[in-house]
Design a binder for this molecule. Structure first.
Ligand code: SF4
Ligand code: SF4
Length: 205
């Protein structure tokens, strides 16, 4: 059977919010959207980027959960928290390197993208991928994505010294095998931040 993969191509995002709306319509999250539509360097660009759960191979969200509320399916999908177990401590919210889990105070529970497991486990596309008009979010065989697009899909991310492997892929420029997400290289940790990092930090304030 052909294996389908979720692929994010941030450069294709046009900021239309269709994915956010479609995600919010899913019954399993009771009207809440689990997608983060991020802005990138707002000062210089109108580019936006959809962020879904990356479904890490060794998910730190589950590792830091004191209540064992986050489970991973045998096919590698990291589920949203189990209501009877979640104590709303937000450890997972703070630990996730991709900023994915959301804490909802009104239900005192963390919820996050579960790759529309009710759909993808029976061979259907996740809600967001069915509506994205520019295919910034795609659910397709990975070799088909490779054949039809510029760039390379990668599922390895370096955060400083830690390498995170994920089920979800991100398109990067041709020839790369991993994406280095560390803002400040180790050798520059104690030096003044470079201009681009300083601008980013300023944008965040
Ligand atoms: S991206 Fe974040 S929420 Fe998703 S599995 Fe990885 S650590 Fe958990
Ligand atoms: S908020 Fe819930 S799911 Fe997240 S770490 Fe705390 S108990 Fe676990």
């Amino acid at each position: 059977m052909t294996e389908y993969a979720m692929v994010l191509d941030y450069s294709r995002c046009i900021g239309c919010q269709a994915c956010v709306q479609a995600c919010g319509e899913c019954d399993t999250h009771r009207g809440r959207s689990m997608i983060h539509l991020e802005t990138i360097r707002r000062r210089d660009s109108v580019q936006t980027a959809p962020q879904v759960c990356m479904h890490c191979e060794n998910p730190v969200c589950a590792r830091v959960c004191p209540a064992d509320a986050i489970k991973k399916t045998p096919d590698g999908v990291v589920q949203s928290s189990l209501k009877p177990r979640c104590i709303g401590c937000s450890n997972c919210v703070m630990a996730c390197p991709f900023g994915v889990p959301k804490y909802f105070a009104e239900i005192d529970q963390m919820m996050k993208c579960d790759l529309c497991y009710d759909r993808t486990s029976v061979g259907r596309k996740p809600m967001c991928a069915t509506v994205c008009p520019s295919q910034a979010i795609t659910f397709a065989p990975i070799d088909e994505v490779q054949r039809s697009r510029h760039g390379t899909p990668v599922n390895q991310f370096r955060f400083g010294r830690e390498v995170v492997r994920t089920k979800v892929f991100v398109m990067v420029p041709e020839g790369s095998s991993a994406l280095d997400v560390g803002l400040v290289p180790l050798e520059r940790r104690h030096a003044a931040p470079p201009d681009d990092v300083a601008a980013l930090l300023e944008d965040m304030h």
